[in-house]
Design a binder for this molecule. Structure first.
Ligand SMILES: O=C1CCCN[C@@H]1CCCn1cnc2cc(F)c(F)cc2c1=O
Ligand SMILES: [Mg+2]
Length: 516
């Protein structure tokens, strides 16, 4: 009953929701769209947070904590910043059985909470740059199909909010943060992502431009925005009068950025790496990296059992000394077979099996979760072998996912090639004019009945899941040139190249696809 009951490519949505509870990451909750994050999940968020927090502190970013609540008048300071989002705002209207004078919103993001204070703190160029971040939870009352980690009404994230005297400084930081996000995914989670710019139609409307890291979910061929780093320009400076004396007595508005990465990152990792036996965890965030299972079958004499457990204790201390997160699975009421399945379901990267004969031979058996490969290792080599094996597992996971992502990118130049890429549930790199009208009509045209029906036929997306997620394609990003090179994709466009969707001249290679 405890193992996975559905295969990943058989019904991907069902596989994922089952995986969430069977791997003890999540418990479902009686408020729709909200989930309990159990220790196995929270520990991985803590690993992401520990690494990223260390990196932004190297950049001089300081953490702070602003209030959870925002008054209605404060929230709606700028119409177009909030009006499109207002259906998502959750409100507190009562305390006890008394209505509040004025309803109070729960923060969906913190610009309107932080920036009036920025205006008070920033007066002179000497007050710049101001670089604050906060690790918080936010609430957005989404109506789309909730999915653990991927889309929930409450989620955890960090939100960075920085202010500079010049656009050059802001523009540089946007890309530095974007590369840190790429490292969260590739260095910590072994998930390949493509860095790029959002189109005018997909960017954060309150900002100047938006950069993004886009991940890919092979089973249903959908892309997912994995983190975002916006250059806000002087828009919020003008909105909140965040200005400074530039030293010559002249008043200047600040140039700002804001950037965020959420617990969605954990869902993306589970989707990309999980298999029919359960989670496959990247070693750098695995709460347990090595599980030791002593093999003390019934017939083993007590003296032998004591000998094995003594050796197990030595192994544990050697691994802990090497900084490895290790646990001994020595429950008496579970069989070895049950234990193998359980820790495979939990996704622990390495399993060590050791019985009396292994101890006599001064060796142990090591099983790699990723490919179930068994190797016999000499006990003497333990402390040097294990860290290297874990790095090897990470690199193999990243390489495998990278090759899979690359294999699902169709390069097209015409609408027909674009549509056939969509039909294969791929993402498509096409020459595009970057015109917003063209984007809107191409989105509609791609969502037309015939195009969307076939997507569920060619991917593990069940029909119910296909309904929950739209069949239309949209722009995902305009990849950075170095990303096109890294993926072995075309980088240059001829002046004669026309847009895949309209007659205008194409100006940018652009990634399109269905997305979450
Ligand atoms: O995406 C980020 C990174 C972290 C800081 N914020 C930016 C922009 C957030 C864009 N956004 C996104 N969602 C929102 C939902 C709301 F209900 C609402 F009132 C406002 C927003 C909203 O401004
Ligand atoms: Mg949203």
């Amino acid at each position: 009953r405890d193992g996975m009951e559905v295969k990943k490519l058989q019904d991907f949505a069902l596989w994922y929701t089952q995986l969430m509870t069977k791997a003890e990451l999540i418990e479902y909750y009686d408020v729709a769209g909200c989930y309990i994050l159990r220790p196995w999940a929270w520990s991985m968020w803590e690993s992401v947070k520990e690494w990223f927090d260390g990196e932004i502190k190297k950049l001089g970013v300081e953490n702070a904590c602003f209030p959870l609540f925002v008054s209605s008048s404060r929230l709606s300071v700028e119409k177009d910043h909030v009006e499109g989002f207002s259906p998502e705002v959750a409100w507190v209207t009562r305390s006890g059985n008394h209505d509040l004078e004025e309803p109070i919103a729960i923060r969906p993001t913190s610009e309107t909470i932080m920036y009036p204070q920025y205006a008070k703190w920033i007066r002179s160029h000497r007050d710049l740059p101001l670089k604050l971040n906060q690790w918080t939870n936010v609430v957005r009352w989404e109506f789309k199909h909730p999915t653990p980690f991927i889309r929930s009404r409450e989620f955890f994230w960090q939100e960075g909010h920085t202010a500079f005297a010049t656009l050059e400084e802001a523009a540089a930081e946007v890309l530095v943060i974007l590369s840190l996000y790429q490292q969260i995914y590739e260095y910590l989670l072994a998930v390949p992502v493509i860095r790029g710019f959002k189109s005018e139609g997909e960017k954060f409307a309150g900002g100047l431009y938006t950069t993004t890291v886009e991940a890919f979910i092979p089973p249903n061929g959908r892309a997912v925005q994995a983190a975002t780093s916006h250059c806000l320009g002087q828009n919020f400076g003008k909105m909140f009068d965040i200005s400074f004396d530039d030293g010559s007595g002249k008043k200047q508005y600040v140039w700002q950025n804001s950037w965020g990465c959420t617990t969605r990152s954990l869902g993306v990792m589970c989707m990309v790496h999980g298999d029919d036996s359960g989670l496959v965890l990247p070693p750098r965030v695995a709460p347990i990296q090595v599980i030791i299972i002593p093999i003390l079958g019934g017939k083993v004499a007590e003296t032998e059992a004591n000998m094995v457990m003594a050796k197990v204790d030595e192994i544990v201390s050697a691994l802990k000394l090497a900084g490895i997160r290790v646990k001994v699975e020595d429950r008496k009421d579970k069989s070895p077979g049950w234990k193998f399945n359980h820790w495979e379901l939990k996704g622990v990267p390495l399993r060590i099996e050791i019985g009396p004969r292994d101890v006599q031979n001064e060796q142990f058996v090591c099983v790699t979760r990723l490919n179930k490969e068994k190797t016999t290792v000499a006990l003497a080599d333990l402390a040097t072998m294990i860290p290297g094996m874990l790095d090897g597992i990470h690199n193999a996971m990243l390489r495998g996912a990278f090759e899979e992502y690359r294999s699902r990118i169709t390069v097209g130049r015409t609408w027909a090639e674009f549509a056939s890429g969509l039909e294969k549930a791929n993402v498509i790199l096409v020459p595009w004019c970057t015109d917003s009208e063209c984007e809107e009509s191409a989105k509609k045209r791609s969502g037309a009945k015939e195009a969307s029906v076939s997507s569920s036929e060619n991917s593990a997306e069940s029909s119910s899941d296909a309904r929950a997620l739209s069949g239309a394609a949209k722009t995902l990003c305009i990849p950075l040139e170095e990303e096109l090179e890294r993926f072995g994709l075309p980088t240059s466009l001829d002046p004669s190249d026309s847009c895949f969707a309209c007659a205008r001249p194409a100006t940018k290679w652009t990634l399109w696809g269905r997305s979450y």
